[in-house]
Design a protein around this ligand. Structure first.
Ligand SMILES: NC(=O)C1=CN([C@@H]2O[C@H](COP(=O)(O)OP(=O)(O)OC[C@H]3O[C@@H](n4cnc5c(N)ncnc54)[C@H](OP(=O)(O)O)[C@@H]3O)[C@@H](O)[C@H]2O)C=CC1
Ligand SMILES: O=C(O)[C@@H]1CCC=N1
Length: 291
C-alpha cells in the first residue's frame, strides 16, 4: 500500500452547499457520530433536522443534552426520518444494522443516501447487505470534524456517478475537507493517514508534555507551550508554499539546539517507526474488511 497515492487525490476546499433542510440520521451515537453532529451544528445545521438512533438510554440522553437532537432507540426510525443515513456503529455491528434496515429501505432506496463510516468495510460488503440500487458511499472521516476541521475520504465504485452523492459530500464538507478516492484499496491508507492519525498527534503531544514537565516546567506552562507550538507549526505548514522539510530546516540552526533533537529522532529511526505504525493501522483496516 503506497501513501504516495493519497497525494494524487484532490482535496476540495470549496464552500459546502449543504441544504439546511436535509434530514440526517445517525445509526450509532458514539464518538464519531457526536463529532460529526457537533461539526454540523457548529456549521449551522438545525438540531431538529438530525436524528440519532442508539440502543442505550444513557447515550440518547447525552445527545439530547449536548445537542438537542432527536433520538430514538429503534434504528428503523432513521429510514422514516432521514434523507441521509450515516452508519456510525462499530464495523462488526454494520451487518446487523443492514439486516434491520434492508426491508424498510427496499421501497425507498433511491430516495435515501447511506453513508458508512465504518473502518475497513468495503463498499461491496455493505451494499451486498442492502437492497439492490441502494445509494451507498463509504466515508472515512476523523475526529476534528467536531470543530469543522475534519478530513473525510470518500469512495464509490467507478460505475456509479459521484454527482448522485453530492449531498453526502456536502455533508462531510460541512465538517471539514473531503478527498475522493479513485481506488478502494486507498481507503486503508486514508484510515491510517486521517481516520486514526489525530490519535498519533495527541500521543506525540502527550509525550512532549511529559518531557517538558520532567525538565521542570509547570504542567500548565508545558501544556500551553506544546499546544501553541503545535498549532503554530501546523498553521504555518498549511499556509506555506514551502514543503515541510524546508520549514523544518528554518528552525534547525546548524550546531544549534533543534539539530540535537532532530538527530535524536533520527537515531531512533522515527521514519521507520511512523511507517510501521501506519502500516499496522492500514493492515487492521484490511482485517476489519474481512470481518
Ligand atoms: N472514533 C473515530 O475517531 C472514528 C471512528 N470511525 C468509525 O466510526 C464508527 C463508530 O466509531 P466510534 O464512534 O468511535 O464508536 P463508539 O463505540 O463511540 O460508538 C458506537 C455507537 O454505536 C451504537 N450502537 C451499538 N450497537 C448498535 C446497534 N445495534 N444499533 C444502533 N447503534 C448501535 C452505540 O450505542 P450506545 O452508546 O447506546 O451503546 C454507540 O453509540 C466505527 O465503525 C469506526 O470505525 C471512523 C473514523 C474515525
Ligand atoms: O480506531 C478505529 O478503529 C477508528 C477508525 C479510525 C479511527 N478510529
Amino acid at each position: 500500500m503506497s501513501y504516495q497515492a493519497l497525494q494524487e487525490a484532490s482535496i476540495s476546499t470549496q464552500d459546502t452547499g449543504l441544504s439546511p433542510h436535509l434530514r440526517i440520521a445517525f445509526i450509532g451515537g458514539g464518538n464519531m457520530a457526536s463529532a460529526i453532529i457537533r461539526g454540523l451544528i457548529k456549521h449551522g445545521h438545525r438540531a431538529d433536522q438530525i436524528l440519532v438512533c442508539a440502543p442505550s438510554q444513557h447515550t440518547r440522553s447525552r445527545l439530547v443534552q449536548d445537542f438537542n437532537v432527536k433520538v430514538h432507540s429503534d434504528n428503523s426510525a432513521a429510514v422514516a426520518f432521514a434523507d441521509i443515513i450515516i452508519l456510525a456503529v462499530k464495523p462488526f455491528i454494520v451487518p446487523l444494522v443492514c439486516e434491520e434496515l434492508r426491508p424498510l429501505l427496499a421501497p425507498l432506496c433511491k430516495q435515501k443516501l447511506i453513508v458508512s463510516i465504518a473502518a475497513g468495510l468495503t463498499h461491496a460488503s455493505i451494499s451486498g447487505r442492502l437492497p439492490q440500487h441502494t445509494q451507498l458511499v463509504c466515508a472515512m472521516p476523523n475526529l476534528p470534524s467536531a470543530i469543522g476541521k475534519g478530513l473525510t475520504g470518500l469512495f464509490v465504485p467507478s460505475h456509479l456517478d459521484r454527482l448522485a452523492f453530492d449531498d453526502a459530500e456536502q455533508l462531510m464538507r460541512a465538517v471539514g475537507d473531503t478527498v475522493w478516492l479513485e481506488d478502494e484499496t486507498q481507503m486503508a491508507s486514508i484510515v491510517a493517514t486521517a481516520g486514526s492519525s489525530p490519535a498519533y498527534f495527541f500521543l506525540f503531544l502527550e509525550a512532549m508534555e511529559k518531557a517538558a514537565i520532567a525538565q521542570g516546567l509547570p504542567p500548565k506552562t508545558a501544556s500551553k507551550a506544546v499546544l501553541q507550538s503545535a498549532m503554530g507549526a501546523i498553521s504555518m505548514a498549511m499556509a506555506s508554499k514551502e514543503g515541510l522539510s524546508s520549514l523544518r530546516r528554518q528552525v534547525t540552526s546548524p550546531k544549534g539546539t533543534t539539530e540535537q533533537a532532530v538527530l535524536a529522532f533520527q537515531h531512533g529511526d522515527l521514519d521507520a517507526l511512523v511507517a510501521k505504525a501506519m502500516d499496522s493501522a492500514a493492515r487492521r483496516a484490511k482485517e476489519l474488511a474481512l470481518g
